[in-house]
Design a protein around this ligand. Structure first.
Ligand code: FEO
Length: 398
């Protein structure tokens, strides 16, 4: 097994997970994911991150022990306590008998909660700006709470100017040897970075902005996140994307999220989409039955207008469509205008349920609500025309 030295004396000791189908048992990862960890060799050796997911202990320890005698590990710096990065920690803690764990104050509490590690002589609590001298190199700890847990921090290595950023700037997708960003196709990479941000970190836009403000003061050559490739060439693009997403800045585009059982809603959606195309409005059309909410959330995040279209089902909103909207609601997507097209069914107006969610998010409704029963007729087409005029006028104004 080859252990890659990414920068002189800094080694990649993370692993690829190509077995798990859903990250956090929720988000699809058809191309896998990496759990990154880094070893810095110096007079005092430091592991950045607590390790990897427990399922991959054997591979992780084989890598680590290939380049270091564990009794010579001095520090285990834990940027984030979530078990995808600390599952191997109890074993490491036992084997690396001279190592001290470096965590934030909140991290110390989670360390006790998750792993019952409480020895005060082996746990160092780091405050914002604290430094750890390794020898030639110095690590500076940067507090970045709620990205995306309360204890999260980042670690900055001053000599080569490497920011170990934890989950921030992470992306889905196994590395398959592509350790640096430039080894990835840019659009594919940015899409998986965006999906990771919106799915995992996105609820914490305020903390993201706070962190970006701090990071702008640093001279950074490399960003080494805990998932996905090391960022060097695409650094400015990644920063801009994070800034845009965490400010809820939208493109002038429409995302239509629709469900259909027998094609009536789909027919109306086609009329709407065609009219939007005629007006040169970029539009995504997503069928909730076929697309996981992970992708819907990522698509909707930077759209100016969301159209929710679905039938009534058992007096409620069509279940897969409700599920998609509930994920958007749970992730607190803000600053949207939205429209609703829904069948009234025979026993109630299911779409009222998603209007409640949109209201709670502070979204602004674009009239008219297009309501229909069964097959679509001229009256509804007229309403769609009116809706498109209103969407176009909003997008042209904004
Ligand atoms: Fe990658 Fe929040 O753990």
């Amino acid at each position: 097994m080859n252990v890659k030295e990414i920068i002189k004396d800094i080694f990649y000791v993370g692993i690829d997970d190509k077995k798990t189908r859903f990250f956090e048992a929720t988000w699809p990862i058809p191309n896998g994911i990496s759990y990154n960890a880094y070893l810095i060799k110096d007079e005092k050796n430091a592991l950045i991150e607590g390790g990897v997911k427990v399922d991959y202990s054997r591979e992780f320890f084989r890598k680590l022990e290939k380049i270091i005698d564990l009794s010579e590990l001095e520090y285990i710096v834990i940027n984030h306590m979530e078990p995808d990065h600390t599952g191997t920690l109890p074993q490491l803690y036992r084997l690396a008998k001279n190592a001290k764990i470096v965590v934030s104050q909140k991290g110390k509490e989670l360390l006790a909660d998750f792993y019952k590690i409480t020895d005060s002589d082996r746990v160092i609590v780091a405050r914002d700006g604290d430094e750890i001298k390794l020898g030639k190199r110095t690590l500076r700890l940067i507090s970045s709470p709620f990205l995306h847990w309360p204890e999260t921090m980042m670690t900055y290595e001053e000599t080569d100017k490497v920011l170990f950023s934890g989950d921030v700037f992470g992306s889905f997708g196994a590395l398959n040897g592509r350790l640096f960003d430039v080894n990835w196709v840019l659009d594919d990479y940015l899409f998986e970075l965006k999906r990771y941000y919106t799915n995992i970190v996105g609820m914490f836009t305020g903390p993201t902005q706070n962190a970006l403000k701090k990071l702008r003061m640093l001279d950074i050559n490399f960003i080494a996140p805990s998932h996905g490739p090391i960022i060097k060439d695409y650094k400015n693009k990644v920063f801009s994307l994070y800034d845009k997403l965490s400010r809820y800045e939208s493109d002038k585009k429409v995302t239509i999220i629709y469900g259909t059982m027998y094609g009536y809603t789909e027919e109306l959606v086609s009329v709407l989409a065609l009219r939007l195309y005629e007006e040169d409005i970029p539009t995504s059309i997503i069928n909730v039955t076929n697309v996981h909410p992970s992708y819907i959330l990522a698509d909707a995040w930077d759209s100016s207008v969301i159209v929710l279209a679905a039938p009534t089902y058992d007096g409620k909103y069509f279940l897969p469509a409700y599920n998609a909207m509930y994920v958007i609601y749970a992730k607190r997507l803000r600053n949207k205008k939205y429209a609703v097209m829904g069948s009234s069914g025979w026993s109630g107006k299911g779409y009222l349920r998603v209007i409640e969610l949109a209201k709670e998010l502070g979204w602004e409704l674009i009239e008219p609500v297009v309501e229909y029963r069964g097959a679509v007729d001229e009256e509804e087409i007229k309403l769609v025309d009116e809706l498109v005029d209103n969407i176009v006028s909003i997008l042209k104004k904004g």
